[in-house]
Ligand binder design. Structure first.
Ligand SMILES: [Zn+2]
Length: 90
């Protein structure tokens, strides 16, 4: 991950925006930005972690905080994954 302004990799997480997107901050130029996570590939490790945590009934919002994926992505992933599992029907 790089700063869109100065291309530094010295990035820290900076909480969530009001749209539940992960906010980031560049420590070199202090620019704040949220990445468009729609196009960000989610790693198999992250997916495995999500599935493990879901079995522990961790809430979607907690999963977003833990894994850093977007809530939108998580919801569509969960809907596809657990469509046939009554446990996760909303
Ligand atoms: Zn920067």
């Amino acid at each position: 991950m790089r700063c869109p302004k100065c291309e530094s990799e010295n990035i820290v997480l900076n909480g969530l925006t009001r749209h539940d997107k992960q906010n980031h901050k560049c420590r070199d130029c202090n620019r704040q930005f949220s990445l468009n996570q729609k196009n960000k590939p989610i790693s198999d490790e992250t997916k495995a972690l999500i599935e493990k945590l879901m079995l522990e009934r961790v809430s979607l919002r907690a999963l977003v905080r833990i894994t850093g994926v977007s809530l939108q992505w998580l919801q569509s992933y969960v809907n596809g994954k657990f469509r046939y599992s009554p446990q996760f029907r909303s």
